[in-house]
Write a protein that binds this ligand. Structure first.
Ligand code: CMC
Length: 446
């Protein structure tokens, strides 16, 4: 197949034509779909109707599944923009709730909107008391992501049965309400997952604390000894949340959009996103990075580890390295490394063996032909685990807080999907199984 812009040889236009080299008679004309920046798209929707063929793109690496105003990534240059603002500027000047608002509403909040939003986040941070009962059904040693996924889906039975009735379309007001509720309740749920797994009393959100402070308060406070607010750690935690808030059409976000396209309620859409995020190739990588660092142990073992990575039979990967989209340094990784220094400094940790090992590992990989030729650079997960561990958060909780942060992006993408009025998602497969055949006759019973 050849695809070319017909501007070159026919009339000036934004149309493209696609034709088979062997069967030039099968010409299909398709229009270009404009993007504000970055590569343009070719509208393939009429391909099957016009030519009776499907576009084939396993893993969707070359497919734009939607139009979106939310996040732009230039993987070649290492650029990440939310609604046009660079992640570097947002990290410098905004807070996580402001970015959550920006993702969902398109603009940074005014002072009044910010105050109202923060008030709403506080009001909605509480969970229905019966939700405490959910936890008793889980083994205490369950993975926190299993508990988060299960309890989150269960919230749909308390907060509106939106989407359960075919005749009821989720209204704009309900969308707003669910967006607020989900962003507000996730830290409480996440903290309770942790507290339950440790057999600790469940702690309620405290008015007057910021979103990030409340996350840390609900994790670490004890009835007799409330967590003492540390502005440096709270700010660092807020930035970590912000750096994970949205990242375009990654697998968990695409899952949320796909599940949401059925019209089902948003709590289960986000639970589906949590399930997708759990995988080690996606959000589970931050936990895997720490396991990897613990396994390597000391810098002397790096060469042997690198040998295992290069040996494909071994199936070992350098966790926290590589990205489907970034073929340059992930801008979030650079910011995360700075936060790492800030946190260790605040905690008075002069020498962190894990950080020293990670820095050495990064340097080794960036100068290694295997990684250079494949354009593999550190991603957001390479340093986040070191920071969270230093703050006293166990590694099994890392992906849970990734999910808390990504909820801001998921709900924004879910809203945008509903507003776009695109129908239910339904990819096709190139069928490669047996063609028509008869069911063999059953052996006669003797
Ligand atoms: N360590 C060693 N080799 C790697 C790595 C790695 N981390 N990542 C990719 N490669 C190799 C891979 O083996 C393949 O080599 P070859 O061409 O010889 O077969 C080549 O690089 C291309 O790999 P790929 O799997 O086709 O690349 P991808 O774009 O599909 O995968 C990825 C992206 C993130 C799944 C992968 O880089 C990876 O598994 N990284 C480690 C896990 C990780 O850190 N995940 C977090 C991603 S960022 C957070 C998020 O968005 O969720």
């Amino acid at each position: 197949m050849v695809i070319k812009n017909i501007t070159e040889d026919i009339t000036p236009s934004n149309d493209w034509e696609l034709y088979s080299l062997s069967e030039t008679s099968r010409r299909v004309r398709m229009s270009e779909v404009g993007a504000n920046i970055g590569p343009q798209g070719v509208d393939m929707r009429s391909l099957y109707r016009q030519a009776g063929v499907f576009s084939y793109d396993p893993g969707f690496a070359n497919t734009a599944s939607c139009e979106s105003d939310i996040t732009y990534i230039d993987g070649e240059k290492g650029v990440l923009l939310h609604r046009g603002y660079s992640i570097e500027q947002l990290c410098e000047t905004a807070s996580f709730p402001e970015v959550a608002w920006l993702l969902s509403h398109g603009e940074l909040p005014t002072a009044d909107e910010k105050a109202q939003f923060e008030k709403g986040l506080m009001r909605e941070a509480h969970l229905h008391e019966q939700i405490r009962n959910f936890f008793n059904g889980f083994r205490r040693d369950s993975h926190p992501m299993a508990m988060l996924c299960g309890t989150l889906a269960g919230l749909s039975s308390f907060y509106g049965n939106q989407g359960a009735d075919q005749r009821h379309k989720i209204t704009p007001e309900e969308r707003e309400e669910s967006t607020l509720r989900l962003v507000a309740k996730m830290p409480t749920l996440a903290a309770w997952v942790y507290r339950y797994s440790r057999g600790l009393p469940l702690i309620y959100p405290r008015p007057g604390l910021s979103y990030a402070e409340n996350c840390l308060h609900m994790l670490f406070s004890m009835p007799e000894a409330p967590w003492e607010v540390n502005p440096v750690l709270a700010k660092a935690f807020d930035k970590i949340l912000m750096l994970h808030a949205d990242h375009g059409q990654n697998v968990s976000t695409a899952t949320v959009r796909m599940v949401g396209s059925t019209g089902v309620n948003p709590f289960v859409c986000i639970a589906a996103g949590v399930a997708a995020l759990w995988g080690p190739a996606h959000g589970g990588a931050n936990e895997a990075v720490l396991d990897m660092l613990d396994e390597i142990g000391t810098p002397e073992n790096i060469p042997a580890f690198m040998k295992r990575v290069r040996n494909k039979e071994d199936k070992t990967r350098l966790m926290g390295f590589g990205h489907r989209v970034y073929k340059n340094c992930d801008p979030r990784a650079k910011l995360m490394r700075n936060i790492c220094y800030e946190v260790l400094n605040e905690l008075g940790i002069k020498h962190d063996p894990r950080l020293e090992l990670a820095l050495k590992l990064e340097e080794t990989a960036l100068n290694n032909g295997y990684f250079i030729s494949r354009r593999l650079y550190p991603n957001v997960d390479f340093y986040s685990g070191i920071i969270l561990r230093a703050m006293g958060i166990p590694s099994s909780m890392f992906t849970v807080f990734f999910a808390v942060a990504r909820t801001a992006g998921w709900v924004a993408q879910w809203k945008e999907m509903l507003e776009s009025k695109v129908g239910i998602s339904r990819p096709r497969a190139l069928y490669t199984g047996p063609a028509f055949r008869d069911v063999p006759e059953k052996e006669k019973q003797s």
